[in-house]
Ligand binder design. Structure first.
Ligand code: NDP
Length: 317
């Protein structure tokens, strides 16, 4: 353990669109933010190729380029951006304690949590290969569906997200094949009925992904196994969508913050406030519904404004 404790006014944890937007607002409000980037600097967007739905980029921009621009914008106003992984917190007192890389102890008046969520993947080597290549594997239909217009795609999952994403894809793609590993959906009835009623969605029950097929560069199909008969079927597809849930990156906060059953941080409605004074949340760590870069950025702005008001009210006391 380090024997010097650093004191900061505003500590931001996470470097996706939520964290950087919070930093831009906090820096411009003279809150001298310190931002820790975490394990995946730039967050989930760094695994996205082209971002076409963030307003202000009429020609689109790659995820990594967008994150560099957000980082530069946060730096321009004086954000102290650091490498490092927050490994432990203690929010039991009015000064919030944070440990970086297990050793460095920081005391912060305000903490803005923007640690995001991670999409779950099946973990098959072929899936990971085409994900890394940007060759047709995605965990976000709203982000990437547009690239598969009039093409055939496969989506895995049977929850509300999978149904919502399959329905979204069905409006863009020629055909959507949905792989459901059991003989029933997990999703709500209304969502299940919606996919069942959509003509160009084919649902394959008891079906699991054996392998994502490709030509070495891009996806060309999916080998599917019926787990009742062990029969293998090859489905032609140019896109492979995984919608089997997300895991919010909130484990280190669970002793102090109210979380829902999946681990998302519960914020006070209409604000970024958590159950602890001076601790705010933005982005996907508290959002299992929208999960978009633009909504994350919006809540990053909310967190910085809420934080600024909190500091002002403390200073008035
Ligand atoms: P869920 O955890 O609800 O569903 C995950 C799905 O993925 C399940 O059907 C599960 O199958 C399947 N799955 C998990 N692992 C595998 C695997 N290895 N291979 C194949 N299939 C797998 O996650 P969601 O993201 O769908 O939803 C999260 C929460 O958000 C839920 O509470 C949901 O209701 C909510 N939500 C609400 C929406 C709305 O109301 N508009 C929209 C989106 C989400 P199995 O069923 O067999 O376990």
């Amino acid at each position: 353990m380090s024997d010097t404790i650093e004191k900061v006014k505003c500590l931001i944890i996470g470097s996706g669109p939520a964290g950087y937007t919070a930093a831009i607002y906090a820096a411009r409000a003279n809150m001298s933010p310190v931002l820790y980037q975490g394990m995946q600097p730039g967050g989930q967007l760094t695994t996205t190729n082209e971002v076409e739905n963030f307003p202000g980029y009429p020609e689109g921009i790659t995820g990594p380029d967008m994150m560099i621009q957000l980082q530069d914008q946060a730096k321009r106003f004086g954000t102290d951006i650091r490498d490092g992984w927050v490994t432990k917190v203690d929010f039991s007192e009015s000064i919030h304690k944070i440990w970086v890389n297990e050793t460095q102890e920081i005391h912060a008046e305000i903490v803005i949590i923007s640690t995001g969520a991670s999409a779950k993947y099946l973990g098959l080597p072929s899936e990971q290969k085409y994900l890394q290549l940007g060759g047709g594997v995605s965990a976000c239909a709203v982000c990437d569906g547009f690239f598969y217009r009039n093409q055939e795609v496969v989506i895995v999952g049977a929850g509300d997200s999978a149904c919502e994403e399959a329905h979204y894809l069905s409006k863009l793609c020629k055909k959507v094949t949905m792989l459901v590993r059991r003989d029933e959906f997990r999703a709500s009835k209304i969502m299940t009925n919606r996919v069942k009623k959509t003509e160009n969605i084919e649902i394959l029950f008891n079906s699991e992904t054996e392998e994502v097929l490709g030509d070495g560069q891009v996806v060309t199909g999916v080998m599917v196994k019926n787990n009742q008969t062990n029969e293998l079927t090859e489905i032609p597809a140019t896109g492979f969508f995984v919608a089997i849930g997300h895991k919010p990156n909130t484990d280190i906060f669970k002793s102090f913050l109210d979380l829902d059953e999946t681990g998302y941080i519960i914020n006070k409605p209409g604000s970024s406030k958590t159950n602890i004074d001076g601790v705010f949340v933005s982005g996907d760590a508290a959002d299992h519904v929208y999960r978009q870069a633009i909504t994350a950025a919006g809540t990053g702005c909310m967190a910085a404004l809420d934080a600024e008001r909190y500091l002002a009210s403390k200073e008035e006391l």
